[in-house]
Design a protein around this ligand. Sequence first.
Ligand code: 6GU
Length: 288
Amino acid sequence: MRIDVVSVFPEYFDVMGLSLMGKAQEKGILRITAHNLRDWTHDVHHSVDDTPVGGGAGMVMKPSVWAECLDELLGLDAPDAATPCAGSSADCAGSPVDRAGDAAPAPVVIFPNPSAPLFTQRDATELSHADHLVFGCGRYEGYDARIPEYYRSRGVDVREYSIGDYVLNGGEVATSVMVEAITRLIPGFMGNADSIVEESYTGENALLEHRQYTKPAEWRGLKVPDVLLSGDHGKVDRYRRDEALERTNEIRPDLIERLDCKALDKADRKTLMALGWEVSAAHPRRIR
Ligand code: 6GU
């Protein structure tokens, strides 16, 4: 997978050479390049932003600089200046994407945006199958809305995502989060594929994970639950599954509401009923 990250602070992404992401790059299954958006400016001040049309606080990243950058990274021809893009998308571009090289795989462009839909494990899984991702990190009050609009009109798959209900100073940290969530799902990235399957939020029936313990069996007066020491794998699995259901019920009941009842076994149903859920419809429903 090729990942291009564009930011006015490309140094933010130096950390991507560390740990598993660094190893994946050495192994050649991943290539991450951080670019400085100011490299696509032409003025002496290398300015990338301007005041918001309509007024208001802060600065907005202007479309012209982003377009030169994205045209280059996506291998798109700039439109003829004499025939500005207007009207239907078919008028302003070859169809659907007039890219320079035919064989290049379709890239996905992602703009982190706190006012966009939430990025989920489902998005991470889908994007882990892409060949080329381009992340555009906004700063200040954001970026001109015509940037994503224009590239969509050229047939590019453009996504905007928020990583949670809180405000960050820019898209850099959000990009780091998404890149990590996506790249760890690339086949060959992790040593042990099982450790992906068992994690929270993975698969259709997402539950929070059970708690983990290691040795010693008693530490500072605190004991590991006896059942985990029993050697009975069936009992251990059931104990962990019940704990996952109980913790999810407590912390994230919204995830219980999304479970597919058909995918629950008899013991799951019994546990959920004891926790106050009705499990005979498509999804659990709280009854007490
Ligand atoms: Cl994607 N960007 C910024 N600036 N803040 C955020 C975010 C993104 N997601 C949550 N907060």
